[in-house]
Design a protein around this ligand. Structure first.
Ligand SMILES: [Zn+2]
Length: 471
């Protein structure tokens, strides 16, 4: 009888507030007293850190969370992936690249209605039993960005300048960036409230990209450990104030959702101070792995790797920059001008990994660099994965792909000012009506979310899901 009673007490609806890049340290510790809604949800819920995917970046992290598949199964290793084994063809990982079912697909099959706003890798929109407004990778308002298509007119009537993201978040114009963030957030949160009130839903999920943009643009104003931090700077509280804004927004959502709704506040990864970048192609070049027909000069500014004339017949490896490093080996029989014999693959890969792991910081201290082989961390390796994934210096260092630095490290980001990198630990708070949660828990990971929510809908958990239900 007790079981039956509990099942009836289960919430019929689930609301997910996704905060891209939201930090467990800020929400659970540093800003705790100033975030009454999140603190209240945690006080009666289950909460803690949430280990992200490898790589811990937005694409593929949200897709991994909502499908409970690792990036290798998804075949998505970043925003842009190699399309084939040629040297230069890339494909953007949008919704068309996701071949597995995500939460809302299972819910649609079960007749449950979903409303999705801003969930990464939902553009271009695909049918769902409910409504969808696509994510920050949407090219613009002229694009088809809703399901059903007719919803677009309703949105543009409410918000003629609706924004999917802020433009150029790697900008020195901080006034403009902060204002854009606030404007975008006002529109998106306004839309979320409108849809919550006017559309039927069993499952509502909104992902806010603003926290991520805020961190990248303002982290050095906030974090005393950042080398560019100055006490009392005029943006010192920008990060805190944005979190407070999201907390007030969460309170409004709870009010609309009512008491009988299960609430999940979740991030896809955390944030860490960025100290600088490791010039990975510069290192590969100077250590004989990468060859150029004309050596890149360090006099006339930086050269994007794509603009360099690579001597492929004498190249054994090259890399792409980003929040993490992606390294590719030039394999015979795989790449067009491969140089490494297939039987030498593991030997050369290990040799290169140990070389990259030994790159020191600018003062010669060891960086705590982690290197991953896709075959060791994924259940399957679909599409074209990097041969090595590199987290430099505990992700306090990004990977810089351009050439012409004249050294292996740089304090400037070659793609524009950026002061934060991602961190492996994101956060979650799960709060359920009529149920006291477990409080702080450890060891939870991104892929636990999809089975947990399916279970809350009393739906079966597909065997291929890699995560485990949070009780
Ligand atoms: Zn993210």
């Amino acid at each position: 009888m007790l079981n039956l009673f509990n099942r009836h007490k289960r919430a019929r609806r689930v609301l997910v507030l996704g905060l891209d890049c939201a930090s467990p340290h800020l929400i659970f510790d540093q800003f705790k007293d100033e975030l009454p809604t999140f603190s209240r949800l945690a006080a009666t819920g289950t909460w803690g850190e949430l280990t992200s995917s490898t790589p811990c970046i937005t694409v593929p992290a949200w897709a991994s969370m909502t499908s409970s598949s690792d990036p290798g199964v998804l075949g998505v290793y970043g925003f842009r992936n190699r399309k084939d084994f040629s040297y230069d063809r890339l494909v953007t990982a949008d919704s068309d690249s996701i071949r597995v079912k995500r939460l809302w697909d299972y819910l649609s099959d079960a007749g449950k209605q979903s409303v999705l706003v801003g969930v990464p890798q939902t553009y271009p929109p695909h049918p769902v039993n409910g409504y969808m407004v696509t994510d920050f990778l949407t090219p613009g308002r002229e694009a088809s960005f809703t399901y059903p298509a007719i919803l677009k007119a309703e949105i543009l009537k409410l918000y003629p300048n609706y924004k999917f993201d802020v433009s150029n978040f790697r900008s020195d114009d901080k006034e403009r960036l902060l204002q854009d963030l606030i404007d975008m957030t006002a529109m998106q949160t306004g839309l979320v409230k409108h849809l919550m009130k006017t559309k039927p839903w069993d499952f509502f999920m909104y992902v806010n990209i603003g926290v991520d943009r805020l961190h990248h643009g303002f982290w050095h104003f906030h974090d005393p450990a950042h080398r560019l931090y100055t006490p009392g700077n005029r943006f010192e509280h920008a990060v805190r104030d944005y979190y407070k804004m999201m907390d007030s927004f969460a309170a409004e959502l709870l009010e609309i959702a009512g008491d009988e709704t299960t609430v999940l506040v979740v991030s896809d990864h955390g944030v860490s101070r960025m100290d600088g970048g490791i010039c990975i192609n510069e290192w590969l070049w100077r250590n004989g792995w990468l060859a150029f027909k004309t050596p890149p000069k360090n006099a006339g500014g930086l050269m994007p790797f794509e603009d360099c004339e690579v001597d492929w017949a004498n190249t054994r490896a090259w890399a792409s920059g980003g929040y993490y490093g992606r390294v590719f080996l030039n394999m015979q029989g795989r790449e067009p001008n491969g140089t490494i014999a297939p039987e030498r693959y593991e030997v050369m890969r290990d040799l290169l990994a140990s070389g990259l792991a030994s790159i020191p910081d600018p003062v010669g201290q060891a960086l705590n660099t982690q290197i991953f082989k896709p075959q060791s961390i994924y259940q399957q390796v679909n599409n074209i994965a990097p041969d090595l994934l590199v987290y430099f210096g505990d992700l306090h260092w990004r990977a810089i792909g351009s050439l012409g630095h004249g050294k292996y490290w740089s304090l400037e980001n070659d793609t524009g000012p950026d002061y934060a990198n991602h961190a492996v630990q994101g956060m979650f708070i799960l709060n359920e009506p009529g149920k006291t949660g477990a409080g702080r828990v450890e060891g939870r990971q991104l892929m636990d979310i999809a089975p947990t929510l399916l279970e809350r809908f009393d739906l079966p958990i597909p065997a291929e899901m890699q995560g485990h239900t949070i009780p």
